[in-house]
Design a protein around this ligand. Structure first.
Ligand code: HAM
Length: 421
């Protein structure tokens, strides 16, 4: 028997799936309100997409990708994130030729080979949105506001919104020199990875998870020390829009995020009560990504939120998470002769839009009533011999215990009314 799933993966059972569905439905609703269209991209892509898109000196590309050769000897990678695939699809399907900006959202599994721990999985799920084709700082603000609006609707409070500007390639060239100067005297004390990265991409040192690199980065120059006037103005406008919307934030010049495509705005939302993996969502602007993937120079901005961490935060904070979906009605037959009638009524109830079920193990009436109670059914239709002879059935309210007799032909409609639909 094979009874263990791969490390870092999870089974979502019906009791938990109700919470997942609740979060996903709320996300779809907010995406409709903010006018984002759904996009579904493949779960696997050509490896090169992520190498070029996410950046080959990032932890994701260096260490965490599920990469394999397929039977046609192509290098394939299970997507570690959704932004590069969305940009690829935007270009491949000519969405850049239509009216801009293009606002897209997605949901689905992502894959990263990292050490699993609370809130960190190898297969995890993201809710994400991307806006392509506008450099307006108001879009950055809309993106951030949408994220905070969404958490609020789910009843998650006490979150810290960190924002930063990582500037444009010009600002970054300056920062790079400053960081190299700063780290050069202590480079032997950095972790092996960072020693290698110092020449190629010193910004990554600021995002390294190794404790010693974190400690050495203490007084390092930040992105905010190197912003050019245009990037400075962009960041001011983003902050101004957030102020106007009444959204509190913390400016954090050390926030560089783990992906290389960011330019200008970067942000991350921390939930202090879900443990070490406290980032429940993050995103930012990526004005160079479309071009890096071979398209025309096109601005973009977006975010992704971790579903597992959202649900953890809701549970920790006691926000209402539906734990199971109860059937409305149970159809119980008092003896086997009522079985066929029960099936007919069951299907009629379902075509009234009710959720209905019956017993399939030949239980006694008493055991069927117990089963209906345990499933949380509001009503039970009882098909007893006497009532059936009169062409009717008893309908019992499980909470109050009251019972009415209803004619069979009107039963599905009347039961729907009793349920309140
Ligand atoms: P990210 O920060 O790598 O950004 O991931 C976004 C969110 O996914 C995190 O804040 C976290 O909630 C969740 N997450 C990441 N890794 C794991 C994991 N191993 N287990 C559980 N949850 C995880 C991105 O992926 C960017 N594509 C976001 C973006 C969109 N930027 C612009 N547009």
């Amino acid at each position: 028997m094979i009874t263990t799933r791969p490390r870092g993966t999870a089974d979502v059972l019906p009791g938990d799936a109700a919470g997942w569905r609740f979060v996903e439905d709320a996300f779809r609703r907010i995406c409709r309100e903010y006018n984002y269209g759904e996009i579904r991209t493949p779960v696997f892509e050509h490896t090169e997409l992520f190498e070029r898109g996410v950046g080959d000196t990032t932890d994701i590309v260096e260490k965490e990708m599920y990469t394999f050769r397929d039977k046609g000897d192509r290098s394939i990678t299970l997507r570690p994130e959704g932004t590069a695939p969305v940009v690829r699809a935007y270009l491949e399907n000519g969405l850049n030729a239509g009216p801009q900006p293009v606002k897209l959202y997605y949901t689905g599994p992502m894959f990263r080979y990292d050490r699993p721990q609370a809130g960190r999985y190898r297969q995890f799920h993201q809710l994400g949105a991307e806006v392509l084709g506008s450099n307006d700082p108001a879009v950055d603000a809309e993106i951030i506001a949408m994220v905070m609006d969404f958490y609020g609707r789910l009843g998650i409070a006490g979150l810290d919104l960190h924002i930063n500007s990582v500037g444009c390639p010009r600002c970054r060239a300056e920062l790079r020199l400053k960081l190299q100067d700063f780290f050069r005297p202590v480079q032997d004390k950095l972790c092996v990875n960072c020693r290698g990265r110092l020449a190629k991409n010193p910004l990554r040192v600021l995002d390294c998870k190794e404790e010693r690199c974190g400690a050495l980065s203490g007084g390092a120059p930040t992105t905010l020390d190197c912003l050019c006037p245009d990037c400075e103005a962009h960041f001011s406008r983003v902050k101004g829009c957030l102020d106007g919307l009444g959204i509190p934030y913390i400016v954090n010049g050390r926030l560089v995020r783990g992906l290389d495509y960011y330019t200008n705005t970067a942000f991350e939302v921390m939930a202090p009560d879900i443990g070490a993996q406290s980032s429940i969502g993050g995103g930012g602007r990526y004005n160079g990504l479309v071009e890096a993937l071979g398209g025309p120079s096109t601005p973009g901005v977006g975010y992704a939120l971790g579903v597992e961490r959202i649900i953890l935060a809701m549970e920790r904070q006691g926000a209402p998470v539906p734990s199971r979906i109860r059937p409305d009605v149970f159809v119980a037959a008092a003896d086997p002769s009522g079985e066929e009638k029960a099936l007919g009524i069951l299907f009629a109830l379902r075509s009234e839009g009710l959720s209905a079920d019956k017993d399939y193990l030949g239980r006694s009436l008493k055991a069927q009533m117990k089963l209906a109670g345990r499933a949380g059914c509001r009503l039970v239709v009882i098909l007893g011999g006497d009532e059936l002879k009169r062409g009717s059935a008893a309908v019992r309210d499980m909470a109050g215990g009251s019972q009415v007799e209803l004619p069979l032909e009107a039963l599905p409609r009347e039961v729907r009314k009793l349920i309140g639909r």
